[in-house]
Design a protein around this ligand. Structure first.
Ligand SMILES: C[S@@+](CC[C@H](N)C(=O)[O-])C[C@H]1O[C@@H](n2cnc3c(N)ncnc32)[C@H](O)[C@@H]1O
Ligand SMILES: [Zn+2]
Length: 267
């Protein structure tokens, strides 16, 4: 059964050939890449979100497997917390690296959405068997209780919507940057770098069932890879020129990567 609901009337949806149609006949065309735009305002977040170049830079970086330890941990948790054939949703899926990683390894019904059409287009091009759609996290076009497991990586948190879409006994997991995450990058950028504080989001109505720690070390072997990683971080937007110049002289960079995967169920 399709987990989606109509963004106009909240009716159930059915896929008919290339058209997704609700029970009240509102229609949404599949784009040629295979995704569907379910933003009721018909406006994607591409003007405020990542542009096309940033989206493909993120894809190329992730495709090299630098963050595979996190993808593997998400996949292992999904295997433990959902059943064969269950519905899994990647919330703010970006260009779909993690969705595809898991969809290629687990027999589940995978869905992913993001506000950015550029991102969703790249995700759909992965042809991983997941269904991708454009939507806003503040109003997810998914039926109440329809999702058995969801994951949510490095994006805005919206506890009321997460709670609404989860089935009874369903889980949602989110990733928090761990204490040592990217400390090697921060050492190159700043004279006195701080450790991360592992602050968890405000998750009202949800309770933590497990925390999974993921710790690894990566070596970036080229300036373009170092720059791509830098662009993916918040430091990109507030680093003094001196630190940026220092980073641009490096040909390799070794850094720990560390995440805490926090898994919640409904209270
Ligand atoms: C840092 S990226 C992470 C993408 C992906 N989860 C990953 O880890 O590769 C954050 C994503 O959140 C999306 N996003 C931001 N605000 C959003 C919103 N209100 N609704 C849906 N997606 C949103 C952005 O378009 C972007 O793709
Ligand atoms: Zn409708």
């Amino acid at each position: 059964m399709n987990i989606l609901k109509c963004p106009v009337c909240a009716g159930n949806m059915n896929q008919q050939e290339k058209i997704l149609r609700c029970e009240n006949n509102h229609c949404f065309d599949n784009a040629k890449e295979g995704y569907v735009n379910l933003l009721s305002a018909r406006k994607s977040g591409d003007t405020t979100g990542d542009n096309k170049a940033m989206a493909s830079s993120r894809r190329d970086f992730l495709n090299k497997g630098y963050y595979e330890p996190l993808a593997q941990a998400v996949c292992d948790c999904l295997a433990r917390y959902s059943d064969d054939g269950g519905s899994v949703l990647d919330i703010c899926c970006g260009e779909g690296y993690y969705t595809a990683y898991c969809a290629e390894r687990l027999e589940r019904d995978f869905y992913g959405f993001d506000l950015s059409k550029n991102m969703v287009r790249l995700a759909a091009k992965r042809k991983c068997g997941a269904r991708f759609f454009v939507a806003n996290i503040a109003s997810i076009p998914v039926r109440d209780g329809a999702v058995q497991a969801a994951f949510h990586l490095f994006a805005p948190f919206h506890a009321p919507e997460f709670r609404r879409i989860l089935s009874d006994g369903g889980v949602i997991m989110t990733a928090i940057p761990g204490k040592h995450h990217l400390f090697g990058l921060k050492q190159a950028l700043y004279d006195a770098p701080y450790y991360n504080d592992e602050k968890e989001p405000d998750a009202e109505g949800l309770e933590v069932v497990e925390r999974v720690h993921v710790l690894s070390e990566i070596t970036l072997g080229s300036q373009p890879d170092i720059n791509a990683l830098f662009q993916m971080t918040p430091y990109y937007y507030h680093t003094p020129t001196e630190g940026m110049n220092r980073l641009q002289t490096l040909e390799t960079l070794t850094t720990p990567i560390e995440f805490v995967l926090v898994i919640y169920k409904k209270k």
